[in-house]
Design a protein around this ligand. Structure first.
Ligand code: MG
Ligand code: ZN
Length: 550
């Protein structure tokens, strides 16, 4: 859609009214719709030249906590010789919390949450770059660009996926990814690195043997699958080249980019998941860059602009692991994101001209490590005075630290294990139990496998709905309204079967309201306003104020 940007509402200026004035002026000046109640308008941050915003999609405090527990306490932790980068930034910087609810509703999705960060106003679920009335609002990326700064978007999902899209597109719904690609190209951030090639190539490229398919195959080589989701014949890669972009599909080609505009599309849809990423790190031949490598190259290119830059980096598959309730995969997604944080920390540490903001859009899955009544502990001696006469025996199973190593050692995503089983010759429960043992190290009983494989008529059948159209769905016996992603839910059912062995519980296959961390690094004057309790609309306005001034 063409973007008519209305002038900003006066609410954004509330931030800059001194505290006392703001307290009384709230009632008289301000509609509350775009400005959720806050105890006091936070002070204005000091100016910086560069802002690096890192979004762990679905990275609530629980997800951070999983990484910290693994890093500090897994007997074979890979962090034995090196600190967790997220923790280093917390130690060097400042930590606050942010609420993120959408306008008029309780729970946010990634499109709305990223939009609220990008425009500093409330939005409605599934919107991209629009306020709650449905009007397009200029994003921080677009404003930075207009101010002469370099801009970039990096994500390990798809470039047109909700989080990056919200910074450079304006569309009524997140699923309009073909239109989002057109918008993003028109917005033209200098650096765009992600997956999602399928939304940038002519529709006929989906047909093997078609001229478009042949042309694209020759262009991308063996690096990635050639297909298209477009419903028109626009070749956005050609349009990007005409607009001055270097277009790359492989890690080695990205490494050779020396500056200027770059569009990197490294997968037909989402990029490597965390488990593949961990294994691939050691492979010099791999064609997909890691999130850390894309971040590194983006910083290298953007930092050449004397006017400064705005960069958004998303660890987007933390959310996907959360939707699937896959704690082993989640741990590896957190490690992947932390690797990118390490790159940013190394680049930004000690700089006076850069504000780093690490946050999330929401929590996904309602995750918890949890104690249970399964496998109760044996009595054991303790050296202390209170246990001279008797052994120590807790009444419940509080979880073994070695479980953290077992979670790390998972070999495949739970959903993939179930999918491969469904596509195999032997689809018996016994065969599923063997697969689960092989790829997770945890055991699944034959009865448990039957529960994972059971189906029922879809209680929420909705013809035409992207997920709820399926006539039969995996059988969920409780909270089934929250497990609504059709066949994918079998992975969630498997997670439940492993829960007691893993001391891990999940409450939903969707998102929760849990406030998320806001971790900032930079000159104290710039980070100070980010230390309290914010809402993402305020976080967005403060970030913009730090980068671009009033
Ligand atoms: Mg996302
Ligand atoms: Zn999500």
């Amino acid at each position: 859609m063409s973007v008519e940007i209305p002038s900003p509402p006066c609410s954004r200026f509330l931030l800059f009214i001194p505290l006392a004035a703001a307290l009384w002026s709230c009632a008289t000046l301000e509609p509350t719709r775009t400005d959720p109640p806050h105890a006091a308008a936070p002070e204005a941050p000091g100016r910086v030249r560069n802002v690096i915003l890192m979004i762990g999609d679905g990275m609530g405090p629980q997800q951070l906590g999983l990484l910290f527990e693994y890093a500090h306490r897994a007997p074979a932790s890979i962090y034995k010789d090196r600190p967790v980068a997220l923790e280093q930034v917390m130690d060097d910087g400042r930590v606050g919390l942010s609420r993120h609810g959408p306008a008029q509703h309780l729970v946010v999705d990634s499109a709305c949450s990223a939009t609220q960060l990008a425009i500093g106003q409330e939005a409605l679920p599934e919107m991209i770059g629009l306020n709650a009335d449905g009007d397009p609002v200029e994003t921080i990326l677009e404003k930075a660009k207009r101010a002469g700064k370099a801009t970039g978007l990096v994500s390990d999902t798809r470039l047109t996926h909700a989080t990056p899209a919200a910074f450079a597109a304006h569309q009524p719904y997140r699923n309009l990814e073909n239109a989002i690609a057109v918008d993003m190209l028109a917005t033209a951030p200098d650096v765009m690195l992600s997956g999602g090639l399928r939304h940038w190539v002519p529709g006929s490229a989906a047909r093997e043997g078609s001229p478009a398919h042949e042309k694209l195959s020759a262009l991308v080589g063996d690096a990635l699958r050639v297909t298209s989701r477009r419903e028109d014949e626009r070749d956005l890669l050609a349009e990007a080249r005409a607009a001055g972009y270097e277009v790359v599909f492989e890690r080695s080609a990205l490494a050779q980019v020396e500056g200027g505009r770059v569009l990197g599309l490294f997968a037909h849809s989402g990029m490597m998941d965390g488990l593949r990423n961990t294994r691939a790190k050691a492979d010099p031949e791999r064609t997909e860059p890691s999130l850390a490598e894309m971040t590194d190259q983006a910083l290298d290119i953007l930092s050449r602009d004397e006017d400064g830059f705005f960069l958004m980096v998303e660890g987007g598959q933390i959310d996907w692991a959360g939707h699937n309730n896959d704690v082993g995969l989640l741990l590896h997604e957190m490690i992947k994101f932390d690797d990118a944080v390490r790159v940013v920390h190394a680049w930004a540490r000690g700089r006076e001209d850069t504000l780093v903001i690490i946050t999330a859009d929401h929590e996904t899955g309602g995750l918890g490590l949890s104690y249970s009544g399964a496998s109760l502990p044996e009595p054991r001696p303790l050296p202390g005075a209170a246990f001279k006469e008797r052994p120590y025996k807790a009444n419940y199973n509080y979880g073994a630290l070695s479980t953290l190593d077992r979670l790390y050692n998972q070999q495949k995503p739970l959903q993939k294990i179930v999918e491969e089983h469904g596509a195999s010759d032997d689809r018996s429960p016994e065969a599923l139990a063997r697969r689960v043992r092989e790829y997770t190290g945890f055991s699944l009983s034959v009865d448990g496998a039957r529960a994972v494989l059971a189906s029922e008529p879809n209680p929420y059948l909705t013809p035409g709905h992207p997920y709820l159209h399926a006539e039969t769905v995996p059988r969920v016996d409780d909270l089934e309204a929250f497990f609504i992603f059709a066949e994918e839910v079998r992975g969630n059912l498997l997670a439940r079967q492993l829960a007691a062995q893993q001391n891990v519980v999940w409450s939903t296959a969707t998102h929760t309201h849990t406030p998320v961390a806001v971790i900032t690094l930079g000159p104290p004057a710039a980070t100070r306003p980010f230390g309290g309790l914010l809402h993402h609309t305020e976080l967005g306005r403060l970030m913009e104020r730090a980068l671009l001034g009033p």
